[in-house]
Write a protein that binds this ligand. Sequence first.
Ligand SMILES: CSCC[C@H](NC=O)C(=O)N[C@@H](C)C(=O)N[C@@H](CO)C(=O)O
Length: 710
Amino acid sequence: MTDTPAATPFHDLDDYLALPRLGALALSPDGRRLVASQAALDADRTRWSTALWEIDPDGEAPARRLTRGAKGEGGPAFTAAGDLLFVATRPGDGDDAKPCVWRLPAGGGEAYPLVRRPGGISAVHPARAADTVLVSADTLPGATDEASERRLRKARSENKVAAILHSGYPVRYWDHDLGPDAPRLFVVEGAPLAPAGDGDDGDALAAAPDEPGPDDERGTRDLTPDAGRALVEASSAISDDGTFAVASWSTFAGLAAQSHLVRIDVATGERRTLVRENEADLDEPAISPDGAWVAYIASSITSPQEAPRRTAWVVPATGGTPRRLAADWDRWPASLTWLPDSSGLLVTADEHGHSPVFRVALDGDAAPERLTAEGAFGSVVVDPAGTHAFATRSSYASPAEVVRLDLAEGVTAEDRVRVLRAPSERPTLPGRLEDVATTVTDPDGSTHTVRSWLALPEGASAENPAPLLLWIHGGPLGSWNAWSWRWNPWIMVARGYAVLLPDPALSTGYGQEFVQRGWGAWGDAPYTDLMAATDAVEQRDDVDASRTAAMGGSFGGYMANWVAGHTDRFDAVVTHASLWALDQFGPTTDASYYWQREMTPEMAAKHSPHAFVGDIRTPMLVIHGDKDYRVPIGEGLRLWTELLSSSGLPAAEDGSTVHRFLYYPDENHWILTPQHAKVWYEVVEGFLAEHVLGETRELPDVLGGAASAG
Ligand SMILES: CSCC[C@H](NC=O)C(=O)N[C@@H](C)C(=O)N[C@@H](CO)C(=O)O
């Protein structure tokens, strides 16, 4: 070891883990205060915790840290009066502490807990022009008030009972069990929040004894006592005047769940259906600032033959006939943000390896106007004058940063975006990024462009070609267009690899037909597109076609398994949280109804990777977390046993094998803790070094002192 500093943070995993990670934005109703959450590594390097930072909307002043709670703060939102609300646990409440809503007064003073619920609070939604605040909180089905909820929770915890009696579906979601509690919407009760003193502009560290303290804690009124499981996975919005809310509301029939939109009167709790479609899930409601319209996203219910369509709609907020926005637009809207004059919306949607911001008019047939060029935008908020928007922007060249968008007409996409002074700087990359494409021809004769990002090490050249890693994205309805901390190509680029990030059939941002051609046929066009993209970059003289590996997670892991059973061209395959046997995956995943709509028994039989285990002749690294409910551990366990017993490279009599299984007993679909993420990258790097480079790496001691990755 030398003391020479690493060339970039991607060369040293400890430096990489220490890079701060920007989260969501909140803008005060007057447009003068912009707050971002940012996660940073704790001192003992075993956890990331999130703090809130104030960003200067004009881009002049440096970012200023607002909160310093030991367990972190998130979910920032401003009240009409400019107070900052956020969600955090209370110090001293122990490991089982439930998050509550805190208030950081606009006029200065210390933050204090404003609202608590026995089961904790998951989100806070203040109205932008009224003193009304809604919260979403998990509540036990038998609880009629806070006292009964506390009593029921105490009975479970004191008796250490975690059992859940189900009478319906679903029973799990991603990484947690559903029930016996479920989310309900509550309105925060009490007098208008007292204006704070005339201190500075709010700093959670500045003690101000005269400010409202814990005595100001508020009660809640249940707006949805009969919600049952209707608000599980729900999205909701409150009108600017605080008089009504709109939420996506799920109904359940057998295995199937379907969501429609309901309007809830805040004063009375009266609820009525606002819009329902037989053939679509309706989600992401956004109420226009004038209270006249509700915009939302419709996702069509799929069939084995037909892929989903995602479209944006508006309906009068009092009910009526819905109207599709940008009816001819062949893109899938991801987020909807109203302009302050209610004349239209800013919509994000994937497009050709980016996720730009588009301006969509409420009236007329004008095509959406693409406002931005590079990057994937999120957390879009608009200032009250409608002259600027703020958002996070990331790409494969940069983690998320805070940007300001000039919304004036006639500004070029390049001039429109200004990067604001965020809490952290962009890290230096160890290489360069290229946008590459190839043309494929389907069996029906149609031609399609398959485009990819290609990340290359600085020194890659004809004299020094880089070994190639094919990375396959998950979903499959997604795109490599935003920075990922979990699958970060620059770590491998820093170790000399080129990383290819293709968007094959089923990827979003290339139109409906591009999704449809892979639907129900996962092993066909998605696979051949990936091979075509790999073939194309292997022609380059700065890429070494003789040293390659394929890797993917989740659906990308499915595809890595399919690759392993259908070609010997790669030196190694890494498969994370992967679908292996489609006959068992369909019924055991947490959203069975979703997958089974596409997966007929014939489709499952034809496209299941496990059926090709005997053809696998490539060393495989299998990675799975036991708490993964999206792709349950049974997939990883069956893959591992079938690989050892039935693959073309089975275990020898003495048990030795080239394959490896990295098992995480306490991680889920993602590897979420810093040191587990470090082990992930170390083991993957060691496995690739062995099989792609013919080198040996020492495994980390935290794995128990195993000799080497080989
Ligand atoms: C409602 S269930 C399906 C949602 C989603 N599919 C979208 O296309 C999904 O969860 N797919 C996983 C199998 C998957 O591939 N997840 C990826 C990407 O989200 C992951 O990295 O977790």
